[in-house]
Design a protein around this ligand. Structure first.
Ligand SMILES: Cc1cc2nc3c(=O)[nH]c(=O)nc-3n(C[C@H](O)[C@H](O)[C@H](O)COP(=O)(O)OP(=O)(O)OC[C@H]3O[C@@H](n4cnc5c(N)ncnc54)[C@H](O)[C@@H]3O)c2cc1C
Length: 448
């Protein structure tokens, strides 16, 4: 099938069994869409088990089924033509201060987890731009934040509890399953259904962020590494016009009691004196605190606040990862398309991500620059622009974000992800009947 054709909780911590009184294990529902509303799921049945045992029964009874997180992906990755299963009722959080790990139920979102561990003195190494997504769903797709020395969110995973095709519950851990662990962490939902996931944590820390306006791209030619290393996490936003980043968001770790200091000038860009939203015309009320005011890591590393709409809402997203040592020419290559891109774009964000060893990670063995596009919801036009961007980025071996929109062919994906053949073998071994394979997996992973 032509890929272009089909691209179209609460903070209270309860154990799964406590919730069983209230939850229905299987629901027949009206058409459901993803968060952005650009994709309608095809599955007739949505299972919402209240316990691990109910999840096991549901999985055993279905011939085909796909796990659904918080629905923030932009393509068909979480869809099924048969059944979906949401683990939203599995929302326990177990902190282990000795091993410095936290194990969360597959229904837990970062926005629930982060304040819980922060209050107990711990932090995650990084967060995405929004806290609304589930840990399980984010790590399944190699979701990332920013920071030249920060791996994506999946790099924090040290173990996963997973129900396989036969309904059996297994633990896959970094310590016990080193042969397949790097292959299993970024799994796109195709190895089984996670009931819980364990993450490495560290002592809590404070972050201050400041925003600078109008950073000329000319400075990226010789200072790209310094600019992206000027904070623990750095994001540049651009509309691709005027050879500049409209905003540079710099997030610095600071010691408690130490005032943050952001110079008034940063490579010619000027320090903002009021909070800003990355999208022109959107209220900064939705954004995390800026102006260099220190705060807990989880209230500064994401751009958007938990109880507010992140980004725009009605939007599409695309993202490509290029090697960091070729980041500047890759930016210039995309810039050539500015007059095609800008009319359909809300904003582009540029972020750095450290290399990792996770087989399906876009940063597999490559320090990367991620070039992200938040598009207006204008798919017919965006669909025509994506191949042009992909052509410009082809010399840079650009790998796409699994959960966002692209038109890269399966054959090309096979070239870009050197461990895809090994991943296929892993899927066949763990799911011989293809219970967890949907059209997205069949096309992108197997149809090469
Ligand atoms: C406004 C917005 C901002 C975003 N910002 C970023 C960003 O900063 N960085 C970034 O990298 N991405 C970003 N994304 C993309 C987002 O992080 C990914 O789409 C992520 O996968 C969403 O997680 P989810 O819980 O919604 O999972 P879903 O979209 O529901 O599912 C994603 C995948 O995870 C699988 N899955 C989910 N739960 C389970 C489970 N229990 N067991 C097995 N498989 C499971 C699904 O089958 C599917 O394959 C953004 C998206 C939006 C809408």
């Amino acid at each position: 099938m032509d890929k272009r054709q089909f691209l179209k909780g609460t903070g209270t911590i309860l154990s799964g069994s406590l919730l069983s009184r209230f939850a229905t294990s299987e629901q027949q529902t009206a058409p459901r869409t993803n968060w952005a509303g650009n994709y309608t799921y095809h599955a007739d049945h949505l299972y919402e088990p209240a316990t691990v045992e109910e999840a096991q029964q549901a999985i055993k009874s279905c011939a085909k089924l796909k796990a659904l997180g918080s629905r923030h992906s932009f393509n068909s990755i979480a869809d099924s033509t048969h059944n979906q299963i949401s683990l939203r009722h599995l929302n326990q959080i177990d902190l282990n201060t000795t091993s410095r790990t936290v194990t969360v139920g597959a229904g837990v979102a970062y926005g629930q987890l982060a304040p819980y561990i922060d209050q107990r003195g711990f932090a995650l190494h990084n967060l995405a731009s929004l806290p609304h997504i589930t840990v399980a769903g984010a790590c399944a797709t190699a979701t990332h934040g920013s920071g030249s020395h920060n791996g994506n969110l999946s790099t924090a995973v040290s173990a996963m509890q997973i129900i396989t095709h036969d309904g059996a519950l297994h633990t896959i851990s970094r310590a016990q399953n080193s042969g397949i662990f790097s292959g299993a962490v970024v799994h796109l939902g195709s190895l089984g259904v996670l009931t819980a996931i364990t993450l490495d944590i560290q002592p809590t820390f404070q972050v201050a962020q400041a925003v600078y306006e109008n950073l000329s791209f000319a400075h990226l030619e010789h200072h790209l590494d310094e600019i992206f290393a000027s904070g623990y996490s750095v994001s540049l936003f651009t509309d691709w016009q005027n050879h500049r980043a409209t905003q540079a968001w710099i997030k610095r770790r600071i010691s408690p009691g130490t005032p943050s200091s952001f110079a008034p000038d940063f490579y010619g860009a000027k320090l903002a004196t009021r909070n800003l939203h990355p999208l022109a015309g959107h209220s900064a009320e939705n954004c995390t605190e800026q102006l260099g005011i220190p705060g807990p890591w989880y209230e500064r590393l994401p751009h958007f606040r938990m109880n507010f709409t992140p980004s725009s809402g009605a939007e599409l997203q695309t993202e490509y990862f290029v090697p960091r040592d070729r980041a500047y020419p890759a930016i210039l290559a995309v810039e050539q398309l500015r007059d095609r891109i800008t009319p359909h774009l809300f904003i582009t964000e540029l972020r750095t991500v450290a290399a990792d060893d996770l087989w399906l990670s876009p940063c597999y063995q490559r320090d990367s620059l991620a070039i992200h596009f938040t598009w207006k919801p204008e798919w017919p036009d965006v669909q025509k622009i994506l191949p042009l961007i992909e052509e410009k980025l082809a010399p840079f071996e650009a790998r796409p974000h699994w959960a966002k929109l692209n038109t890269i062919s399966p054959t090309r994906l096979n070239q870009l992800y050197p461990k895809l053949p090994d991943y296929r073998t892993l899927v066949i071994e763990h799911d011989p009947q293809g219970k967890f394979r949907n059209q997205f997996i069949d096309v992108n992973i197997f149809d090469t």
